[in-house]
Design a protein around this ligand. Structure first.
Ligand code: AMP
Length: 395
């Protein structure tokens, strides 16, 4: 019989400085998540990391806390911007994710004397320039706007010897590869590199080889752990028109307090949100055609519970951290299994159960086949279950 007591890792075991621990305690983090247990000691050692982890796993603290610890030696209370040069760069694919990482890092850093700033496109550049002028050891950025700042000489990356690439798969999907390569060329040649991605295609591995040095691979739980406690159902509807009715039915029948409904197009997202509103439902849309202010305001309202149904495209919803989302609905089946995984990862977080409800017409058969017969390492871990009694909706 094994009589040894299993060792439980606590935040105190990592050797983090008191100001960092204080912030973590105040945030109510009682124990580290699996990715934090794995990543924090390795990042503290200064090693490169290739992490397979989705947003929602506690990944941000997994890299941000040890980075802060490593930067603590440079922390100072000087008002002089020159005393706060950029030492760590975190790249994210979307404005929302960049803003979310920034909000987290600011919380974690609040007692350290280290400063953070965020830059992303779609908003006025002037306030960002003013923020960068103040000095910030940690900069979180989307690639395009970061290069704008480089072009205007409002940021210097020559001292950024910690580089994090978050959601690398989505960066490539969004065509950021040339920008990323330009950015990497601006960083000091000797540096620590951390790359996180929810999926690992050949392309991602190739990118990893170009800039990671002997990386330690970190994988959270098993692949697709996000899907383990998510009930996945597919509902067949008569035609595209019936899908809207089906969404309204599912929301009402399942008494869904909040749900993200995914569409494949921006136009489709806007149209569906308007139709649902006409049907008396509390819906709004976020997609790339809306202004940054509108997107952030809608997201904030959804997080506060003021909006029940958020209609979103994949890009807009990427990396959103919404607590306790009971369900997602695929109004359109996504084109790729990876997008399917990202979408269903919005529900069933942190051990809660969730539902991924997909709508399809006969025309979507091939998309469903593609997802079901997906053979890459990151396919949905369980076969789909068809609803009991093969109920159809929206007829
Ligand atoms: P992330 O995957 O980094 O976006 O984190 C997902 C959510 O988990 C965020 O709301 C974090 O504030 C929260 N979180 C991260 N680490 C912990 C932890 N150790 N305990 C509780 N919550 C955490």
């Amino acid at each position: 019989m094994n009589t040894t007591t299993p060792s439980v890792t606590t935040f105190n075991d990592f050797g983090l400085a008191e100001p960092i621990l204080r912030a973590v305690t105040e945030l109510g983090y009682r124990e580290p998540t699996p990715i934090q247990v794995q990543a924090i000691p390795i990042v503290l050692q200064g090693r490169d990391v290739m992490g397979a982890a989705q947003t929602g796993t506690g990944k941000t603290a997994g890299f941000a806390l040890p980075i802060l610890q490593r930067l603590m030696q440079h922390a100072n209370t000087s008002a002089s911007p020159a005393r706060h040069p950029v030492r760590a760069l975190i790249l994210a694919p979307t404005r929302e994710l960049a803003d979310q990482i920034y909000a987290n890092v600011r919380e974690y850093a609040k007692y350290t004397g280290l400063r953070a700033a965020v830059v992303f496109g779609g908003v006025d550049i002037a306030p960002q320039i003013a923020a960068l002028r103040q000095g910030a050891e940690i900069v979180i950025a989307t690639p395009g706007r970061l290069l704008d700042h480089v072009g205007q000489r409002t940021i210097s990356l020559g001292g950024a010897d910690v580089f994090v690439m978050d959601e690398a798969d989505r960066m490539l999907d969004m065509g950021f590869l040339p920008d990323i390569q330009r950015i990497i060329n601006l960083l000091p040649p000797v540096r620590q590199n951390l790359m996180f991605s929810a999926t690992f295609s050949g392309e991602i591995r190739k990118l990893a080889e170009t800039f990671l040095q002997h990386p330690v691979s970190i994988e959270v739980a098993r692949r697709n752990a996000a899907a383990e406690n998510v009930e996945q159902l597919v509902f067949r509807v008569a035609d595209a028109e019936s899908k809207r009715v089906a969404v309204a039915q599912l929301v009402r029948e399942r008494a869904l307090s909040q749900v993200i409904v995914f569409t494949n197009t921006k136009i489709g997202a806007g149209r569906l949100a308007r139709q649902l509103e006409k049907d008396g439902l509390n819906a709004n849309a976020i997609h790339g055609d809306k202004s940054q202010q509108e997107r952030l305001a809608t997201l904030e309202a959804f997080k506060k519970g003021e909006i029940a149904i958020l209609v979103a495209t994949d890009v807009a919803a990427r990396g959103l951290d919404i607590v306790e989302l009971p369900a997602v609905i695929n109004y359109d089946l996504p084109y790729s299994p990876e997008d399917y995984i990202h979408r269903i990862g919005r529900t069933g977080r942190a051990g809660a159960s969730g539902a991924a409800l997909s709508l399809m017409t006969g025309a979507d058969e091939r998309l469903l086949d593609g997802i079901q017969s997906c053979s890459s390492a990151n396919c949905p871990s369980r076969p789909w279950r068809w609803p009991a009694g093969a109920r159809t909706h929206g007829r």
